[in-house]
Design a protein around this ligand. Structure first.
Ligand code: 4AD
Ligand code: MG
Length: 462
């Protein structure tokens, strides 16, 4: 008999028909006359209740049905009398696929902490919470492709192995096939990369932007959506060493067009999740954060505040609030500052623009004042920075000067500079941290809980 996914089973048209379901047992309870099994197959947060009439089954047959065991059941789908469920299955046949030992199965009990489950990342997707989170993650990925496809953007695949450090932070994971125990050296004692796989030092990319700009100045508007890698040793609830980023890049967009797109994009994603992952979001709202749905809806209804970094710093200075990190013009804002502006001062998302050039990357368009660049960071409640972007410096001489000021090796940059030598155009782009978006949509507070297998300092298991 053909299997029906549990997501599809709560369909009034199926009532009164025989169905087949397969999945993992959540619980079994009952007495010697009747036994109830809650089954989940991952397709939805909902379990289907299976009723075993013990005049037709033996205790021996049902004994392997413990939490975590995998089974296949056929039976009659009937309307349910039980509260909170619309249908249940009166079992006719039972097949056990695999047992789960009650002594050793780590998810035997309910109510494990998120910290405990992080240690069990290989199994945690079987819990309600992580099932919900990773279904939402998948739906959001789809929403992102949908959004850009509808807007006529092309999906560009940028390399993961690269020789350029886009963000200039120097926090790259080196990629090499050299024998680390016996490194070839040149006459000065430095590592000789001539014999390395690419004949030069390479690393995992921190961003697809630079190659994205090549795409945008050819295809008009592109986006990337891929993993990025940063070897910064920041053990915070908002940083991963491997995270996914969406980076649209648009020819002929100025900073205002860029901000408009960012706001429309992020609202589209949140609305899409509310429409297509309602059960999962409701579950997380009820279990973890009663304000979650209100917060998501509030963001959809509000225009984001737009103001300059300078104005933002003024507000922080006048706030009279004691921050852990000092605020002054020129300081890189910390998430406590960002969250003060968003959560306490404006009470809605904020786009900060025109940051001091010293704290931003080399490629950002320089303002007339000589001090600031046309950067934009989108700041969100609970999160802080969720998007970072800018209008790009399209003037060859200005860009070259900045590259030299920052001592970025020119020989690595010739191809990027060519976009400004041949048919340069005003253009802009930004990067959305995918996991930070998922944090916001799920209400989770630790970024390790919204990526299936988090990579953080000292953690690369599974
Ligand atoms: O602000 P960032 O570093 O900007 C860039 O990489 C630009 N090249 C983007 C562009 O203009 N195309 O990173 C962009 C976003 C951040 O706003 C944040 O949401 C996320 O990526 N992000 C991280 N997420 C998780 N872990 C980390 N270590 C992250 N670093 C940045
Ligand atoms: Mg940033």
């Amino acid at each position: 008999m053909k299997r029906t996914r549990i997501a599809d089973i709560f369909n009034p048209a199926l009532i009164g028909t025989d169905v087949c379901v397969k999945g993992w047992v959540r619980t079994r309870r009952g007495n010697k006359h009747v036994q109830f099994v809650a089954l989940n197959d991952g397709s939805t947060i909902k379990n289907i209740q299976i009723v075993f009439d013990m005049s037709a089954f033996t205790d021996e047959q049902l004994k392997p049905i413990t939490t975590g065991a995998s089974i296949c059941v056929t039976g009659l789908l009937v309307e349910s009398m039980g509260k909170g469920q619309t249908a249940e299955i009166q079992a006719k046949t039972l097949e056990i696929y695999g047992t789960a030992d009650t002594e050793t199965y780590p998810l035997q009990k309910k109510g494990h902490t998120l910290e405990f489950l992080r240690e069990k990342a290989h199994l945690r997707m079987r819990t309600n919470t992580f099932g919900a989170i990773f279904r939402i993650r998948s739906i959001l990925a789809y929403a992102i492709h949908n959004f850009f496809n509808q807007k006529g953007f092309y999906y560009l695949h940028t390399p993961l192995i690269t020789e350029s450090d886009c963000e200039g932070a120097g926090a790259m994971f080196q990629v090499t096939t050299l024998n680390l125990a016996n490194l070839p050296k040149d006459e000065n004692g430095a590592v000789d990369y001539a014999g390395d796989f690419f004949g030069k030092p390479t690393a995992l990319t921190v961003s697809g932007q630079l190659e994205g700009e090549l795409g945008a100045t050819a295809l008009g508007q592109i986006y990337t959506f891929g993993p990025t890698f940063r070897a910064e040793n920041s053990n915070t609830p908002r940083h991963l060493a491997e995270f996914w980023m969406i980076e649209p890049e648009m020819a002929f967009y100025d900073i205002t067009d860029n901000m408009d797109l960012a706001e429309e994009f992020i609202k589209y994603c949140i609305r899409y999740a509310l429409d297509h992952a309602a059960d999962d979001i409701q579950f997380l709202n009820d279990m973890y954060d009663k304000e979650l749905i209100n917060r998501l809806k509030a963001v959809l209804e509000q225009d984001f505040v737009r103001l300059s970094y300078t104005e933002g710093v003024d507000i922080l200075l006048k706030s009279g609030k004691k921050f852990e990190y000092p605020v002054y013009w020129g300081a890189d804002l910390q998430s406590e500052h960002e969250r003060y502006l968003v959560e306490e001062h404006f009470k809605r998302p904020v786009i900060l623009t025109d940051y001091p050039k010293e704290i931003k990357a080399f490629y950002m368009k320089q303002n007339e004042d000589g001090k600031t660049v046309r950067a934009m960071d989108v700041l969100f409640p609970q999160i802080g920075e969720i998007i970072g972007g800018s209008e790009r410096e399209e003037n060859y001489d200005k860009l070259l000067t900045r590259i030299q000021e920052l001592n970025i090796p020119m020989k690595d940059m010739w191809w990027y500079l060519d976009t400004r030598r041949f048919g340069t155009v005003p253009h802009s782009g930004f990067g959305l941290g995918f996991e930070r978006l998922i944090l916001f949509v799920t209400g989770m507070t630790n970024i390790r809980d919204v990526i299936p297998f988090p990579r953080t300092p000292n953690n690369a298991e599974f």
